[in-house]
Ligand binder design. Structure first.
Ligand SMILES: [Zn+2]
Length: 101
């Protein structure tokens, strides 16, 4: 009884697959973390407006998706405004909803 349960435990522990090998571990960051600044905080002349799609276009990916804050570097307040402006501009066909090949 006890031997069979031990055997089963051994089997399970040997079968357990560990994807991270010791050589693969990297404590460093995935990418160079450049210091990001919110463009709209740094430059108060820049106004977020749905009627100005040229500024909003910076915050669209090449597929037409809105670039997330962790990549764009915007602060929460301005990212929210950018998102709203982009959605408005999309509705007026100033910006694309989706960019297809
Ligand atoms: Zn800001």
């Amino acid at each position: 009884m006890t031997t069979t349960s031990n055997q089963r435990n051994n089997q399970r522990s040997s079968q357990g697959q560990r994807p991270n090998r010791p050589g693969m571990q990297r404590p460093r960051r995935r990418f160079f973390a450049r210091k990001k600044i919110c463009r709209f905080c740094a430059n108060s002349d820049l106004k977020i407006n749905y009627k100005n799609p040229d500024i909003l276009r910076i915050y669209l990916s090449e597929r037409g998706k809105i670039v997330p804050r962790r990549i764009s570097g915007n602060c929460a307040k301005h990212q929210r405004e950018v998102t709203r402006a982009i959605k408005r501009a999309r509705n007026l066909a100033l910006l694309p909803y989706v960019v297809s090949d």
